[in-house]
Design a binder for this molecule. Structure first.
Ligand code: ADP
Ligand code: MG
Length: 701
């Protein structure tokens, strides 16, 4: 079957020839991701420069480039390659390069004009990922800088073409007519008590009653996928022989090992139905052929950041109508299909949002703001940056405050030397700052390990998942962070593994994921290379530890973490079972039950901790905490005192943003303590008063 986009090859090439920017809209599966680059390649756009195609998802970059390499009959990594964070499979020869939007942003730091490329395709723009949104703004500027030799294409399955066209001063919008077969939509009468059970039930029902054709099931995350796959397998194998055709169950999600991902693209064996259990990734990023039945429970897992509380939540939320339509569309690619929506039609029409909220309006923007400021382009002002949809002032303010507290920008909002170094690291600002501080304090090897371990999301095997609300059972013989907390534990785990010569069996024996640990090792190597490149003065990045860490080494590392996570500080509430955050409007939070932070011999937790993130699950928790000392906090509290948010937003733009509230630091250490006294008993008051006197003395010094 010829892909729809190929019928428009001439028209596409003509339009691209005449225009700098073209928006291209086409149904999922029409060939945008795999064919557009090849079309332009055939028409000479790779003669002197490369074609870059961005993907918001890592898996998509890998999977699509693999497909294109095989269509062109070349080895992946040569003419066709991909680059995702911590993994670069490109070479000198690469002229069709798939990369995540984050990687392209990073490339533009060292080469703001992106001279390596003749064409930049921002693919999957409808996903409205934070980085793609920033790239949209940058492209608008770049086509003016390189009018004669740069083409920008924006492709999308569902995007509001008119809006993007308007953003690019009325650029042409090409629409590839979808060749979708009719899809019958079947709604449930009510909403099921368990979407997981209902989905499984519906899948089995389809399998028994409906004619051949693959089933695609949308789940919200890996945990549910694993559960559903297990249950479906049990049920299918116990079915009476000959009662229906055979079935194979296939998971599909972002953290699937590559060899498992490839499986979903292989055709089903004869007389066998495939039931694919996928995350949102199968909505538009990856097209699996053969799907005739779609089961859509109407949910998606979404991470949201609240700038006023500094808190993340990972919520299962209702999808938007656009998403529901995309999902049902998956059923009609090869022949008429059916979509089973496990909710009533009234929910679709009345409760679902029209479109998904763009990520820029639900993320922390510290990394983005630092990046934009580091570009150092005179004509780019962070607060006046041309966004397709504006982020809130509150989230920009939150980002500026964080960057100031970790010394990435100065009191007037200019990027510091530290900030410039930070921008070169492919990490969150807090971790970048930690590495730079560690280099100065002489504990870089240890900090590199912690940063690498935190970057490898999946080091814990299923049964010991750190993000469970439940208390993790202590794993025998696994280091415990010596009471200092989770970062130190991560360091100790890695070091113990390195002493076991990075033996995979050691990981298995200790309930750790081999793949995650190997990834951490690779990340560590790359981070240490970058540190050697960017850090002025000597860097010590040795990976073999000559000796055991002393408590002084741990103290240095904790201090470095304190500098990096200055915006994520919390103070223990005496006589209260919890902590109060010192920035972010003083909230009451708890140490996550999975933490290894331990009380001292008197049963007290440390007075001050820094945390990796605040996350609301059943209640607000600090995840990954590390004990820090009061003297390390003093300089931070002094900065909080002096901070003027209007100045931070930078030079002249301050007056244009009078609406930025000049927050008298409600996040300040002292006022946080006043808050504490209000809720405390007499005893606590006395202790607080003593603390305040101490603080006051320190501040006067
Ligand atoms: P779009 O980007 O418009 O959604 P794609 O270019 O991703 O479409 O897909 C076009 C076709 O290529 C689809 O039929 C899809 O199944 C197939 N395809 C894409 N990636 C792969 C892959 N990794 N392996 C096999 N087939 C693939
Ligand atoms: Mg695509």
């Amino acid at each position: 079957m010829e892909l729809p986009i190929l019928k428009f090859e001439e028209e596409i090439v003509e339009t691209v020839r005449k225009n700098s920017v073209v928006v291209l809209i086409g149904e999922t599966g029409s060939g945008k991701s795999t064919q557009l680059s090849q079309i332009l390649h055939r028409h000479g756009y790779t003669k002197s420069r490369a074609i870059g195609i961005t993907q918001p998802r890592r898996v998509a970059a890998v999977s699509v480039s693999r497909r294109v390499a095989s269509e062109l009959g070349v080895t992946l990594g040569e003419e066709v390659g991909y680059a995702i964070r911590f993994e670069d499979r490109t070479s000198q020869k690469t002229c069709i390069k798939y990369l995540t939007d984050g990687v392209l942003l990073r490339e533009s730091l060292s080469d703001p004009e992106l001279n390596h490329y003749s064409v930049i395709i921002l693919d999957e723009a409808h996903e409205r990922s934070l980085n793609t949104d920033i790239l949209l703004g940058l492209m608008k500027r770049l086509i003016k800088v390189r009018p004669s030799n740069l083409k920008v294409l924006i492709t999308s399955a569902t995007l509001d073409g008119a809006k993007v066209s308007k953003f690019f001063s009325g650029c042409p919008v090409l629409t590839i007519p979808g060749k979708l077969f009719p899809v019958e939509i079947l709604y449930s009468k009510g909403t099921p008590a368990s979407y997981l059970e209902a989905s499984i039930h519906t899948a089995l029902d389809i399998h028994i009653r409906e004619p051949p054709g693959d089933v695609l099931l949308f789940m919200t995350g890996q945990d549910d996928i694993d559960k559903a796959v297990k249950k479906l397998e049990e049920r299918v194998t116990t079915m009476e022989e000959g009662s229906c055709m055979d079935a194979i169950i296939l998971p599909l999600h972002g953290s699937l090992p590559p060899e498992m991902q490839v499986r979903v693209f292989l055709p089903a064996p004869p007389n066998c139905r495939r039931i694919i259990v996928a995350t949102n990734i199968a909505e538009t990023s990856l097209t699996v052929d053969g799907v005739v039945y779609v089961i859509d429970a109407g949910y998606v897992k979404q991470r949201q950041y609240n700038p006023s509380t500094g808190m993340y939540s990972l919520d299962v939320v209702k999808i938007s109508r656009v998403q529901a339509d995309q999902r049902s569309g998956r059923a009609g690619r090869t022949r008429p299909g059916k979509c089973f929506r496990l909710y009533p039609s009234s929910v679709y029409h009345e409760e679902l949002l029209e479109a998904t909220i763009p990520e820029i309006q639900r993320s922390s923007l510290a990394g983005t703001v630092l990046y934009l400021k580091s570009l150092g382009l005179a004509d780019i002002d962070v607060l006046r940056f041309d966004f397709l949809d504006q982020p809130s002032y509150e989230s920009l303010e939150d980002a500026l405050k964080q960057l100031y507290l970790i010394d990435a920008i100065d009191g007037k909002g200019s990027v510091t030397d530290i900030g410039r170094m930070m921008a070169e690291l492919p990490l969150e600002p807090s971790l970048s700052r930690t590495l730079i501080a560690a280099n100065e304090l002489g504990c870089l090897p240890q900090a590199l390990t912690v940063a690498a371990m935190l970057s490898a999301e999946n080091i814990w095997a299923q049964t010991s998942r750190k993000n469970n609300d439940k208390k993790r059972k202590p794993i025998q013989n696994l280091p415990d962070g010596s009471g200092w907390g989770d970062h130190i534990q991560l360091l100790q785990i890695y070091e113990t593994w390195s002493q076991a010569d990075y033996d995979p069996k050691w990981c298995i024996d200790h309930n750790l994921q081999v793949r995650g640990m190997m990834f951490a090792k690779e990340v560590r190597k790359q981070l240490s290379q970058i540190m050697q490149k960017i850090a002025r003065g000597p860097t010590d990045v040795q990976s073999k530890y000559r000796r055991q860490n002393s408590s002084e080494d741990y103290a240095k590392l904790r201090w470095a973490l304190c500098k990096g996570f200055a915006n994520q500080l919390a103070q223990r509430m005496i006589h209260h079972n919890g902590y109060r955050t010192l920035s972010h409007r003083s909230q009451l939070v708890q140490v996550h039950p999975s933490s290894v932070l331990q009380p001292d011999e008197y049963g007290n937790l440390p007075d001050y901790v820094v945390y990796n993130e605040l996350i609301t699950t059943s209640r607000p928790f600090m995840r990954y905490v590390c004990a820090v000392k009061l003297p390390w906090i003093m300089p931070i509290s002094e900065k909080l005192e002096k901070m003027d948010i209007n100045l931070l937003s930078g030079g002249q733009s301050a007056k244009n943003f009078g609406s930025l509230r000049a927050t008298s630091p409600s996040c300040n250490l002292e006022s946080a303590q006043h808050d504490v006294t209000k809720t405390s008993d007499e005893h606590e008051k006395k202790i607080q008063a003593a603390r305040e006197r101490f603080l006051a003395r320190r501040l006067k010094k």
